[in-house]
Design a protein around this ligand. Structure first.
Ligand code: 3PG
Ligand code: MG
Length: 377
């Protein structure tokens, strides 16, 4: 047991048992095809461990955010096909969120899930911050354990948070300060410096008195950003910005609109969509010195090639860093993969929101549920 959370070994002999495994197979799908199967491959060690020991394995997951009723757009079929190639013999239930009881944590839905099962394994790190039926329900009655993926994610992320190698540089991007405020405050407690890029940097720049033009801005967070900047923590902000002029469209270069480099101030009508080259270079210098790096959130709109350079440069700096490097889920993991750098990162997390909540709170509802399973008493 790690931190009171039971491991697969704590299930005892699983031969002949039926084991329900909650996975996070919420994978990106375009035109019916899976574009990144990392989350499926990441569950294989657990699924195979159980199968090799003679268990009958039923996997389950959510996919997307259907509204509590069957919706063919969110069918598990593409996942089931890929899983059949990677882990033959593992059964996969239909999308858990086709039943409103999943997100509602309805005891009747939990009862349906655990019916006929002898044990439960949570390997859905990416969904373990949700108090949903399939995450917190089964451990109320079934002997339970964390799968290998969940265990590894928690070990790496909590290790980084609680016993960081220093200097510890945290890099945050993405669009909203409000989404990440909790994690910003938690990271400022433990990191030696914080690098801020992405859409959220404009609320910080505004707090410093700069003009942000038509860039993303959360007016109601300006005071919070000012307080963080005044706290004495080391926060690195952009010193130059790549902006898109009036008439331009994000993701559509053919729509025109001028792209230009600015310092810290943008004229009216201009939208900052990436950190500039000077900032990317300065951030890279900070990253190069780090013994531990945690990166969550892109530096710009990297899906648009005109605004990908900042994210690419930072991703390369993280890949080149000799320290221990962690990329936290979602968009930044996708960016690392897009630039072909994922295998040069020490730990690419399968969880976006879950990794942020674990860093912020030091625990997750899914872990707490496992700790109180009947086999831990
Ligand atoms: C994710 O991709 O963030 C996880 O699968 C959780 O999905 P959710 O944000 O829809 O709960
Ligand atoms: Mg390294």
């Amino acid at each position: 047991m790690i931190n009171g959370v039971p491991q697969l070994e704590d299930l005892g002999d699983v031969a002949g048992q039926r084991v329900l495994v909650r996975c996070d197979f919420n994978v990106p799908i375009r035109d019916g095809a899976i574009t990144d199967d990392l989350r499926i491959r990441a569950a294989l060690p657990t699924l195979r461990w159980l199968q090799e020991r003679g268990a009958t394995v039923t996997a389950c997951s959510h996919l997307g955010r259907p509204k509590g009723a069957p919706d063919p757009q969110y069918s598990m079929d593409p996942v089931r096909a890929r899983l059949a190639e990677l882990a033959p013999g593992v059964e996969l239930l239909e999308n858990l969120r086709f039943d409103a009881g999943e997100t509602g944590n309805d005891p009747a839905f939990v009862a349906k899930l655990v019916a006929g099962q002898d044990a439960y394994v949570n390997d859905a790190f990416g969904a373990s911050h949700r108090s949903h039926a399939s995450i917190v329900g089964p451990p109320l009655t079934l002997p339970s354990a964390a799968g290998r993926l969940l265990e590894k994610e928690v070990e790496v992320l909590l290790g980084a948070r609680n016993e960081p190698r220093r200097p510890f540089v945290a890099i945050l991007g993405g669009s909203k300060v409000s989404d990440k405020l909790g994690v910003i405050e938690a990271l400022l407690q433990v990191a030696d410096s914080l690098i801020v890029g992405g859409g959220m940097c404009f609320t910080f720049l505004k707090a410093q008195g700069h003009q942000v033009g038509s860039s993303l801005l959360e007016e109601d967070q300006v005071d919070t950003c000012r307080r963080l900047l005044d706290s004495g923590a080391t926060i690195h902000l952009p010193s130059d910005i790549t902006g898109l002029g009036p008439g331009g469209k994000i993701g559509d270069p053919s729509a025109g609109g001028e792209v230009r480099q600015f310092g810290r101030n943008l004229p009216d009508g201009w939208m900052g969509l990436d950190i500039g080259p000077g900032t990317a270079a300065a951030f890279s210098d900070v990253i190069a010195e780090a013994r531990q790096v945690l990166w969550n959130g892109p530096m710009g709109v990297f899906e648009d090639p005109r605004f990908a350079a900042g994210t690419r440069t930072v991703a390369e700096a993280v890949a080149d860093c000799r320290g221990f490097t962690i990329v936290g889920g979602g968009d930044s993991a996708a960016a690392a993969a897009q630039f072909g750098l994922a295998d040069r990162i020490d730990h690419v997390s399968t969880g976006g929101g879950a990794s942020l909540e674990l860093l912020e709170q030091g625990d997750l509802p899914g872990l707490a549920a496992l700790r109180s399973a009947p086999n831990t008493k």
